[in-house]
Design a protein around this ligand. Structure first.
Ligand code: FAD
Ligand code: NAD
Length: 367
């Protein structure tokens, strides 16, 4: 009988090499993974510090060196998706011959569990702040020139700021600058700006500090995190989104991804729970989208409506969900995503289970 040896993480570890010309330094990382893409490569190059992280499922491979000589701020990242090769190309500041790539830092050339890799932050510039509702704003942040980072659909980042001498960290879910109405082409992310839709709480520790930032100020932004996988949507025919307040934020990229890139998708229904009409985020855009795309439907439910609200009212409940959450066909492939205040999400998941939906058909966005 042949002995089958389980391959250790070490065998699967990417490896790297580097070479130079008069003006360029090229670092080549062989990931040995066939389905590499730009969402999985995070590069930061500032002064003489280079950090390149490759995300491979639950693992992270890191290149981290204190470079031998100075490089300019422009960094190019090329990914050969099918062969899993990643190139990081740096421009030498001076046309000198490098004897080595640089001094390796602590985590250099390691392949470890993602959860064991500390979050890395870079300082981003606040470009604009625009009003979405009476208490919610869209913040546009700009990544530094030497950073290559894209936040995947369904993932969040952490913002870090020092408030009254203490470091405070809170998670936020990037959105798009607006809801595209035309889904013919996959949206082009410029790769430079990160948009965050943030509700400012009158006594909120972090959001008060954020609201007091000036245009041009800097704030630290982490690498993306989150357990949502695009593949969950890729095969779904009916997508149902249940959002409470700013729990709408993960739904933005999800909606856009589903409507533009999921070929088997038949319907997307958003049930959006808010206190009052004034609290509804991007109501106009959502209504426009519903008119434009017959696959999309939106339903607003208010928990504290004014007298003249003719729409649905109440909080998330079994009767409300049994009315709205229905399989188009008995064998439809359904995905239900839910996000909002913790009790909203917890109750929602329980009701969905009571209605006979399986764990695999439900994705709850949580910390
Ligand atoms: P805090 O100081 O924490 O307080 C918030 C408000 O709630 C205040 O009015 C406070 O008085 C009150 N409060 C505090 N604790 C309680 C309590 N236990 N019970 C009742 N009331 C309480 N928010 C967004 O706006 N946009 C996003 O995209 C977004 N994405 C997120 C992604 C994830 C994964 C998670 C977990 C949260 C996300 N949040 C998002 C929420 C965000 O992280 C912060 O919690 C939020 O901005 C409030 O922070 P704060 O420090 O200003 O408020
Ligand atoms: P909110 O207080 O304005 O409430 C919005 C709606 O949620 C209400 O109208 C109601 O229908 C429902 N709701 C609120 N509290 C409820 C409760 N106790 N039980 C049942 N339903 C309830 O909401 P907000 O201030 O915009 O807060 C949004 C929440 O979403 C925050 O707690 C935030 O942390 C969370 N959030 C989480 C993620 C994530 O985990 N990925 C992302 C974004 C936002």
């Amino acid at each position: 009988e042949k002995k089958v040896l389980a391959s250790s993480a070490k065998d699967l570890s990417p490896s790297y090499d580097w070479f130079q010309t008069d003006s360029l330094i090229t670092i080549v990382i062989y990931t040995k993974q066939k389905d590499m893409n730009a969402d999985l490569v995070i590069v930061d190059c500032q002064d003489k510090q280079l950090r390149g992280e490759i995300i491979m499922d639950d693992y992270s491979y890191l290149i981290e060196v204190d470079l031998d000589h100075a490089v300019s701020e422009d960094v190019a990242v090329n990914i050969a998706e099918k062969v899993g090769k990643v190139e990081i190309i740096l421009n030498k500041k001076d046309k000198v011959h490098w004897k080595m790539l640089g001094q390796p830092c602590e985590g250099h050339n390691t392949f470890i569990k993602r959860t064991d890799r500390g979050l890395f932050y870079r300082k981003c510039k606040l470009i604009s702040k625009t009003e979405v509702t009476h208490d919610t704003k869209l913040f546009c942040l700009m990544l530094p020139k030497g950073t290559h980072l894209r936040v995947p659909t369904g993932q969040h980042v952490y913002l870090k700021h020092i408030i009254a001498g203490t470091e405070v960290v809170k998670p936020y879910t990037p959105v798009l600058p607006f809801l595209p109405l035309d889904f013919q082409e996959p949206p082009c992310h410029d790769g430079v700006h990160i948009y965050l839709m943030i509700k400012i709480y009158s006594h909120g520790l972090f959001t008060q500090a954020l609201d007091h930032l000036h245009i041009g100020d800097y704030i630290s932004v982490s690498n993306p995190e989150g357990n949502f996988k695009k593949s969950q949507v890729q095969t779904s025919e009916d997508l149902l989104l249940l959002a409470g307040g700013t729990g709408f934020t993960p739904m933005v990229k999800l909606l856009n991804f589903a409507l533009s890139e999921v070929s088997c998708l038949r319907t997307v229904k958003l049930i959006f729970f808010n206190k009052t009409e004034h609290d509804i985020l991007w109501r106009n855009q959502l209504e426009q989208l519903a008119l434009k795309d017959e696959r999309f439907e939106v339903q607003f439910v208010l928990s504290q409506p004014s007298k003249d609200w003719v729409g649905k009212q109440g909080k998330i409940s079994l009767s409300l969900l049994s009315e709205f959450v229905k399989r188009a066909r008995r064998d439809s492939k359904v995905l239900i995503c839910i996000c909002g205040p913790v009790p909203f999400t917890e109750q929602g998941v329980q009701y969905l289970k009571d209605l006979g939906y399986s764990q695999e058909e439900i994705h709850a966005f949580t910390a």
